[in-house]
Design a protein around this ligand. Sequence first.
Ligand code: ASP
Ligand code: MG
Length: 400
Amino acid sequence: MRAVLKFGGSSVQNLDLMKEVAQTIIEKKNTYNELVVVLSAMGKTTNSLIKMAKDITKYPNKRDVDLLISTGEVVSIALLSIMLNDMGYKSIALTGEKAGILTKGTHTKNKISSIDTRRVEAHIQAGNIVIVAGFQGFNEAGEVTTLGRGGSDTTAIALAAKLGAICEIYTDVSGIYGVDPRIYPDAQKLTQIDYEEMKEMAFLGANIMEPRSIDIAQNYGVTVYVTSLKNPLEGTYIKEYKQNMEDKKITGIAVTEKVVMVSIRRIPYSTKITAELFKDLALNEVNIDVINQNPSVGGTINIAFTAHADDLDAVNEVLDKFEAKNPTIQVLKVNEVVKVSIVGSAMRSQSGIAAEVFELFAENDLEVKLVTTSEISISYTFDNKYKNKVVEVLAKHFNV
Ligand code: ASP
Ligand code: MG
């Protein structure tokens, strides 16, 4: 049996902790005879490397940034390999390129296009623990690339897919909770979660796994086990599973903080004008989340949308221009909003969940601002002040 074990930055932030990682890997040799290990950079290394580049210039050249931030993972894999070899366990450290991870796209945001695992396989056959640098690869031009923040999860799961291995992810939370225990301390840990649900949770702000990596796991049927070094036996499996009749209606609640909500009233009703607004927002690199448009009344419409609070300056710039062009409009901005989403694949077959939730909010005097739905989730936007209450009411009601 083979496994890919991935350890996040906090598990290798110093040599003492790295030693615990090394011991875990050695113990794992009892369960799996073939081991590949993927590491992140030590602690907050990637952040500090990016900060140094930005201290030089606001817009550092992205090719250089990739070369720079790829060094974080190179340091951690080399140190771990030195450690394991010193402890008497044959191991070899490989950069993304040496591990055959070919990528495409723009620098700092590359995607894996293929993995040539011949070298990894050969090292496994030679009896090595193979340690691969997470988050990096190389492109057709032979240059070093990175996969976007949190990309080590993607490296690990993609390698597991290619190698036909299970993937164990070691992080600081010991598994996936139905809701972030920092917001709701009574949150329950899930023993398993469906790929679709996990993807939805990850995209909606549950900050545990890189959402793209779950896509790969699902496409290739990789079983992922999320756990911690402290409680390794109490993790959560991410895999395909069939809902039982008695399963919960709602599997999890995701909370996205730092959201700004903009509502614009009395926009002249013309798809051209709307298109221009969203094009300008896109050109300004604002990532729009929820969009809500009302039917036209008397030749005007109202539009509301949400974006990440970090993009506020960029949003303001666009709105100023938009107001200057369309003087009849009225802009209202609420900076302090939060998006709370309920997720559950049971929503596909069960009706009435939306109604149930509206009733719950009404009983508890919780005023919703915006609502959006997907096939397996419903997201509600609220004033920040309601955050804890909303989560508590939902978590208790749905037993999350
Ligand atoms: N070191 C990279 C980051 O901090 C990749 C990772 O940790 O997954 O984003
Ligand atoms: Mg991570």
